[in-house]
Design a protein around this ligand. Structure first.
Ligand SMILES: O=C[C@H](O)COP(=O)(O)O
Length: 255
């Protein structure tokens, strides 16, 4: 039985004060125990958020990390720094980082290894662009990303990873993948993990869907046997909406 994960990715939104106000509002709602709830915030807000979520079921994540522990890498943040701040998760290889910051499957792999080695849970993003989808290359693309991103990991390490399948054409566009399409790709990702790391790792690894997930459509994804929650951008920015997502995921998982 895999616990679903609802992770909010705030991207480049919210000051420290806004982040604190968000958690204060979220604390007013009852967060269910059968859903892992994560907020991935800008670096500056992370220490304050870690303090604010004390005593709640909310975990805090970063949106990126450098693969080295320390050194002359101006502007970067390392795994030990995040850990020392109380951060537990980190998004790695989001399509926006691949597109705008030249991240590759190779850097994703190095960051995943650094995160796992330092005790962070990586949320590893994969997904095809529209052109790849339209030319029938979706499975080929995600298979390659999964293979390269997880290259060299042990089956035990892979079991602790979270994979987020985010078709790039669905991100921030309002054009979400249908739950059936997402299930087809995510079950293929699970099979890929089984082929590479064995059935046990494939049975344990959690695979989310991401791309225009809203309170109105989350239940359709949660109802799928292979979809273990969602990575949510826009709809995670308001506490009411984020809370609804978590509640709906909990209800869907219980049904
Ligand atoms: O990391 C989250 C995804 O990029 C999805 O963003 P979105 O929910 O705004 O489409």
């Amino acid at each position: 039985m895999r616990t679903p994960v609802i992770a909010g990715n705030w991207k480049m939104h919210k000051t420290v004060d806004e982040a604190i106000r968000f958690v204060a509002a979220l604390r007013e709602t009852e967060l269910p125990g059968n859903v892992e709830t994560v907020i991935c915030a800008p670096f500056l807000a992370l220490p304050a958020l870690v303090g604010e979520v004390q005593g709640t079921r909310i975990g805090v994540g970063a949106q990126n990390v450098h693969e080295k522990n320390e050194g002359a890498y101006t502007g970067e943040i390392s795994v030990p720094m995040l850990r020392a701040a109380g951060v537990k998760y980190v998004i790695i290889g989001h399509s926006e980082r691949r597109t705008y910051f030249a991240e590759t499957d190779e850097t994703v792999n190095q960051k995943v290894k650094a995160a796992l080695g330092g005790g962070l849970v990586p949320i590893v993003c994969v997904g095809e662009v529209l052109e790849e989808r339209e030319s029938g290359k979706t499975k080929e693309v995600v298979q390659h990303q999964v293979k390269q991103g997880l290259n060299g990991l042990s089956p035990e390490a892979v079991a602790g990873v979270i994979i987020a399948y985010e078709p790039v054409w669905a991100i921030g566009t309002g054009k979400a993948s249908t739950a059936e399409d997402a299930e087809e790709v995510i079950s293929f990702i699970r099979k890929t993990v089984a082929d590479l790391f064995g059935q046990q790792a494939a049975g344990q690894v959690r695979i989310q869907y991401g791309g225009s997930v809203k309170p109105e459509n989350i239940s359709t994804y949660i109802a799928q046997p292979n979809i273990d929650g969602a990575l949510v951008g826009g709809a995670s920015l308001q506490p009411e909406s984020f809370s609804k997502l978590v509640q709906a995921a909990a209800a869907g998982d219980a049904s």
